[in-house]
Design a binder for this molecule. Structure first.
Ligand SMILES: NC(=O)c1ccc[n+]([C@@H]2O[C@H](COP(=O)([O-])OP(=O)(O)OC[C@H]3O[C@@H](n4cnc5c(N)ncnc54)[C@H](OP(=O)(O)O)[C@@H]3O)[C@@H](O)[C@H]2O)c1
Length: 278
């Protein structure tokens, strides 16, 4: 009798209920994967607790210690990580000229260095097996950057470049690297963005634009935004392919942004300023 293919082990960051990571965790489990769902707090994933398809771990990607603990726990329990999904990320809304540097650093520490910390923790293991997939979650906003989210967009642009570079550097070790690029997808990102926006200082030059700036926090969360489970199902189908794509973009606005990317800059700026009240 042929032995059954072992179920892939998928490690996902940022799986709080209501967000993309949580929906990805469910979608991978539905495709017969063993899912390590992680979040900064176990209580944010309490609905997954009784389901044996999930191994839940507390993980803060800005902490070396936390990342090392979780990766070694997973290797001890399952012996491998087949897929790493760097999904955890934070918004940062405000005008570039006035956002306090610590808020910028925090955004890059999470979106860029947090993802790199995860990559560096799993690559030695994946390379030793000559097998693995790394999925980084970028953003369509990089295709046509608008005002009031420059820090976030810059961090995601850095992540896009890192993803493309990793693909070239890790291919020789049998590791596929995939850029998942969401359009507008329903999640908690708007509420989290407002919470951090409320901690910003009062704007000086930009005080008259306060309403438009605040609105940016919710921009991806409109009624037409793609439901999280739909986005997750499509993404998981792409990631689990034998030869996964280098780039997978879906969700509301993803087509528009792909077109925007190719427009001359003055046309792009004109449209974006109108839409974002910049
Ligand atoms: N939704 C969209 O329209 C959209 C569009 C483009 C790109 N994205 C990207 O998609 C990814 C998922 O975002 P989302 O929309 O699902 O937002 P979300 O609902 O706010 O989820 C973000 C997740 O990241 C976690 N996180 C933040 N900092 C972390 C840290 N230091 N360590 C570990 N986890 C951390 C959050 O945990 P807590 O619950 O503890 O805060 C939460 O679980 C992000 O990378 C985001 O930039 C989203």
């Amino acid at each position: 009798m042929e032995s059954e293919e072992p179920k892939p082990v998928v490690l996902i960051t940022g799986c709080s209920q209501g967000g993309i990571g949580h929906a990805l965790a469910r979608a991978f489990a539905d495709r017969n994967c063993r899912v390590v769902a992680t979040s900064r707090s176990l209580s944010a994933m309490s609905d997954l607790q009784q389901d044996p398809r999930f191994y839940l771990q507390e993980l803060d990607i800005v902490s070396d210690q936390s990342v090392q603990n979780v990766v070694s726990n997973v290797l001890e329990k399952f012996g491998c990580v087949d897929v790493l999904v760097n999904n955890a990320g934070i918004q940062c809304v405000g005008p570039l000229a006035e956002i306090p540097l610590p808020a910028m650093e925090n955004t890059f520490n999470t979106n860029v260095f947090g993802s790199m910390r995860m990559v560096q923790a799993v690559v030695p293991h994946m390379a030793s097996r000559k097998k693995g997939k790394i999925v980084n979650v970028g953003s369509v906003t990089v295709m046509a950057p608008g005002p009031w989210s420059g820090v976030y967009t810059a961090s995601k642009a850095a992540l896009h470049v890192i993803t493309d570079t990793l693909r070239l550097e890790l291919g020789r070790f049998g590791i596929d690297v995939i850029n998942v690029v969401p359009g507008a997808v329903r999640s908690n990102i708007g509420n989290s963005a407002v919470a951090s926006y409320n901690r910003m200082p009062e704007w000086k030059l930009y005080k008259p634009f306060e309403a438009a700036i605040r609105e940016r926090a919710h921009f991806s969360q409109m009624s037409r935004s793609t439901p999280t489970d739909v986005f997750a199902k499509n993404t998981v189908n792409a990631v689990l392919k034998k030869n996964p794509p280098a780039w997978f973009s879906s969700g509301y606005y993803s087509n528009v942004m792909a077109i925007m990317y190719h427009l001359p800059i003055f046309v792009k700026d004109f449209i974006i300023k109108k839409v974002m009240k910049g």
